[in-house]
Structure formats: structure tokens, C-alpha cells
Ligand binder design. Structure first.
Ligand SMILES: [Zn+2]
Length: 349
């Protein structure tokens, strides 16, 4: 039986249809005008019923060029972000002014999140068709912001493969009452009391979500299978090298300067990551359903995410807001996501 937290959930999906306009929606359905000009009623959304289309229908609606990965274009985004990150750090160090530092922290933390999203493309192999290039760039980007590239890549793949499954999903999933009550006080406070969940990512990397075991740094963790050991060790070594570099920088420039230039922006990045992933998995008034057993499918799980709009920050975030289409087809490069969404008119809000 599907777990529906709130029936008032609004997901307007019209992928297999050539839809020009949609009016209304939600529990009352709404009206659509097809490419043939004929108006028809949208069926009332029932989260307990299987989607009236297949994954292949959505795939077929996406233009062929949206699947093409352009390594030069991907690299141009890396270059852009690295130049901005170095420029911001140089400017902040130059002015070294208490009016400038808070602006720098907000801007640089947001840029670190941009670097994360580009590394995310590498992890999904949507950066290029060259696994070596994906791995090298992914390691450089993610290590620079203290993310173990392969460790997180592998657990994120598990998340895609189990998304929306009440027991098997990897993060932000509901807990059973039994597990919730068995958690210690520290986990209760850190996991469920604002603002601590907004700072959860490094702790999640270290020891996963409440109720799950294993670590993203440990090759023998139950997150990984034996042939992934080498990859996990490589990324943990890269992470350690970055941590050592930061300690060295702390000695060279002093711990306060390191705190101002790197540590505070790092925590702003963590807040972005936790905020964005939370917003994509949770509605405010419109709750998302969770499935289990036979009712769960890759398509249903992928559809139980939400797109969000971050306004002028969308471009800096490399359009990570287009989350539904990304969950269904993570191999689409970030710079084609908007077109892929509009071509399928797959829309949730
Ligand atoms: Zn993903």
C-alpha cells in the first residue's frame, strides 16, 4: 500500500501529450489544450494509481540533442566557476573589511554549491562521455569542497535507484516510529531540530542518515560493493589531501583568515546543499507520497520530487531546480535540463 502523507498533492504531469496550455490542476484536475486544439479535462490526480504513461514516453518527448554531452561546454562552466571563486577570494582578502566579509561568505558559499553541482554532473557521467575526465574533474571539484567524490557518487546512485521508496531511499526519507524512538538524544536534536538539519551534510557523509549505518569514507561500508573499494579509497585519499592542504594554509595565513576565506563559505555551501535537497524532496502544503513493495517503481519514485525556482540564482546553481527530469534521466547534462523539461512539459510545483 502506498504511504500518502497528505492527499492534497499536486503534480501535473503531461509528458506523453503535446500540450500547449494547462489551466487549473490539483485535486480538481484542470483543463488542457492539446496540439490538435481540442480541449479536454485533466484527470484528477490519484497518488495511489499508477502513472498513465511510461518512462519511455517521457524519454521519447525529449529532443535528441538534449542527451548530447559536450565536454568543452562542461569545462567552460568549470572554468567560469573557478575564476569567480578565485576572484571572490582575492577581492575579499584585498579589502579585508567587515562590511565585505559577510557579502563574501554568502557569495562564495553559493559558488561552492555551484562547484558541487558541476561535480554532480561528473558523478552522473553527464559531464562527458570520458570516464577518466569525469573522475579527474569530479575529484578536483568535490575534493575542493571536502566531498569524497566516489563515496558520495555511489550513494547518490543508490538514491536515484530507490527514490521515493519508504525504506530504501537514501536520504530525507521518513523513519518508522520504532526507529525514531530508538534514536539517541543527540541524533534527535541534530537530525530534527532547526537549524541543525541544515548543517547535516558532513555528518551524513560520515555516518549516513539516522537509522542507517556505514560511512562514505570507508571502503568496507555497506554503502559499497567489493569492486568499489579502490574508488572509495582514492576519493578518501583526495579528501584527506584537501584537509591537509587546509591545515597547511591555516599555518601559512593563520586560522582566522582561513576561517574567513574558506570555513564559513564551506558551511554556507552545506546549508545550500541541505536546503535544496530538502526542498526538492518535501512539499510545504502539498506532501509527497512514499511507496513500498510492488507499488514502488523507478518512474513513480522519480516523480515524487519537486521542481523549485531560485530566481536569479538558478544560473549559479546550474539549474539544479529541474529536479523531476533529473531524477528520471540523470544522464542529461545540466545545460540541457530546462529544454528537456519544457519539451516534456513535465512540471510539478
Ligand atoms: Zn542526481
Amino acid at each position: 500500500m502506498s504511504v500518502v502523507l497528505d492527499r492534497n498533492w499536486d503534480l501535473r504531469v503531461s509528458a506523453p501529450l503535446r500540450v500547449d496550455t494547462i489551466e487549473g490542476g490539483g485535486e480538481e484536475g484542470g483543463r488542457i489544450t492539446g496540439a490538435n486544439g481540442v480541449e479536454q479535462e485533466l484527470p484528477e490526480f490519484d497518488p495511489g494509481a499508477p502513472p498513465p504513461f511510461k518512462l519511455a514516453d517521457i524519454r521519447a518527448a525529449i529532443p535528441k540533442h538534449c542527451w548530447v554531452k559536450d565536454p568543452w561546454k562542461s569545462m567552460s562552466y568549470v572554468l567560469r566557476d573557478v575564476i569567480v571563486v578565485l576572484g571572490l577570494a582575492a577581492a575579499a582578502a584585498y579589502f579585508n573589511n567587515w562590511l565585505v566579509w559577510p557579502l563574501y561568505w554568502a557569495a562564495q558559499g553559493t559558488m561552492f554549491w555551484g562547484l558541487f553541482v558541476l561535480g554532480y554532473d561528473c558523478g552522473h557521467e553527464s559531464f562527458s562521455n570520458n570516464p577518466k575526465l569525469n573522475s579527474v574533474v569530479g575529484h578536483l571539484l568535490h575534493s575542493s569542497i571536502l566531498v569524497p567524490y566516489h563515496g558520495w557518487r555511489i550513494s547518490h546512485r543508490t538514491l536515484h535507484q530507490n527514490h521515493g521508496h519508504v525504506e530504501n531511499d537514501e536520504s530525507w526519507h521518513p523513519l518508522s516510529e520504532k526507529i525514531y524512538k530508538s534514536l539517541d538524544l543527540a541524533t534527535h536534536i541534530l537530525g530534527f531540530t532547526i537549524p541543525f538539519p541544515m548543517l547535516a551534510y558532513p555528518f551524513y557523509l560520515w555516518s549516513r542518515s539516522p537509522g542507517k549505518s556505514g560511512s562514505h569514507f570507508h571502503p568496507d561500508s555497506d554503502l559499497f560493493v567489493p569492486n568499489e573499494r579502490k574508488d572509495v579509497i582514492t576519493s578518501t585519499i583526495c579528501w584527506t589531501a584537501m584537509a591537509a592542504l587546509l591545515v597547511g594554509l591555516g599555518f601559512v595565513m593563520g586560522p582566522i583568515q582561513l576561517l574567513k576565506l574558506y570555513v564559513i563559505p564551506y558551511w554556507i555551501f552545506v546549508m545550500w546543499l541541505d536546503l535544496v535537497t530538502y526542498l526538492h524532496q518535501h512539499g510545504h502544503e502539498d506532501k509527497l507520497p512514499w511507496y513500498r513493495g510492488q507499488e514502488w517503481s523507478y518512474l513513480r519514485g522519480g516523480l515524487t520530487t519537486l521542481d523549485r525556482d531560485y530566481g536569479w540564482i538558478n544560473n549559479i546553481h546550474h539549474d539544479i531546480r529541474t529536479h523531476v527530469i533529473h531524477h528520471l534521466f540523470p544522464q542529461i547534462p545540466h545545460y540541457h535540463l530546462i529544454e528537456a523539461v519544457s519539451s516534456t512539459l513535465l512540471y510539478s510545483s
